[in-house]
Write a protein that binds this ligand. Structure first.
Ligand code: 3PG
Length: 305
């Protein structure tokens, strides 16, 4: 039984060691493909793998077509938009994620990004404080909820909108729940995005919605690039000199935004929301354990297809 870890952006050494221990104690073999630069390397490595662990690596139909023995693929992380679920299902391959395992790392980065923008990207000059400001959590899942808790501790007023979470649950946690998404954007100084990328959400954070933000508003994106209408965002930053955009996922028009809106736009050089020692360890080990649980006991608790 061969377990392949294919990570263009590798796990920490400690996390790989932990994955190896779990895999080898189960009597399986670990294969490692890190920092690959050509998809052909992925095709070759997956050919004889029985199980696959990835991060944001794209598990396309082509990857699946090259996999002759694959039974399970686990995305070590929350978002599984990088997995071609239909291709997996067609070949009877179970697809899973590891929800919650890297949430705290992402939530901490979202708060850090708010502070970074509030303090003028650490350039000299007068910034402002988060305390007393309103933050709108767009989707109250594992990450959104943690951002809400941390924001409350900083003295922020927390709003949240999530049609999949009962209003009473959010209100019981001290969160203000507006009737509509538009109201969330219209009322909050910061909007923190925590929606997945899917057919419904792609491009949904558009000019019209963002233009509802109050003066000085800031959008914080630790979710996905695809949910932003990038042309709309560029137009909005041009039309509204008061708005800011900070993102952990570089947009296609990054160079243009950085040049035109230097003090109001920032993108991390490489997605680093889940890049902590703790998150690497939690998500990597969870993925390895889920594979062992599936192979040995047929456990499909985190199956997403
Ligand atoms: C996730 O969906 O869990 C995050 O986006 C983390 O992605 P990464 O594993 O590529 O850092």
């Amino acid at each position: 039984m061969k377990v392949l870890v294919a990570t263009e952006k590798p796990f920490s050494k400690a996390a790989v060691d932990g994955i190896r221990t779990i895999v080898e104690e189960a009597g399986y073999e670990l294969a490692l493909l890190e920092k690959y630069t050509d998809v052909q390397q992925f095709y070759d490595a997956v050919a004889d793998a029985d199980a696959l662990i990835v991060r944001s690596d794209k598990v396309t139909k082509e990857v699946i077509d090259h996999a002759n023995n694959l039974k399970i693929v686990v995305r070590a992380g929350a978002g599984f938009d990088n997995l071609d679920l239909a291709a997996c299902t067609e070949k009877n391959i179970v697809a899973m994620n590891t929800p919650g395992q890297n949430s705290n790392a992402v939530a901490e980065l979202a708060i850090g990004m708010m502070i970074y923008m509030a303090r003028n990207t650490f350039k000299p000059g007068t910034g402002c404080e988060l305390s007393g400001k309103k933050v709108g959590i767009h989707a109250y899942g594992n990450v959104g909820r943690l951002v809400a808790n941390k924001a409350k501790a900083l003295g922020m007023e927390v709003w949240a909108f999530d049609p999949f979470v009962p209003t009473e649950k959010m209100e019981a946690e001290g969160v203000i729940v507006p009737a509509t998404l538009e109201e969330l954007y219209a009322n909050c100084d910061y909007i923190s995005l925590h929606i997945p990328a899917n057919e419904k959400t792609k491009g949904s954070i558009n000019y019209e919605l963002l233009s509802k933000m109050p003066k000085g508003g800031c959008l914080v994106n630790t979710a996905r690039k695809e949910v932003i209408d990038e042309a709309g965002m560029e137009q909005l930053l041009a039309d509204r000199a008061d708005l800011k955009y900070v993102t952990d996922i570089a947009p296609a028009n990054q160079a243009v935004l950085a040049e035109k809106f230097a003090n109001r736009f920032f993108a991390t050089p490489k997605k680093q929301g889940a890049e902590t020692a703790e998150a690497n360890m939690n998500a990597g080990l969870a993925a390895a354990r889920q594979i062992v649980g599936f192979i040995q006991n047929g456990d499909v608790k985190f199956k997403v297809n």
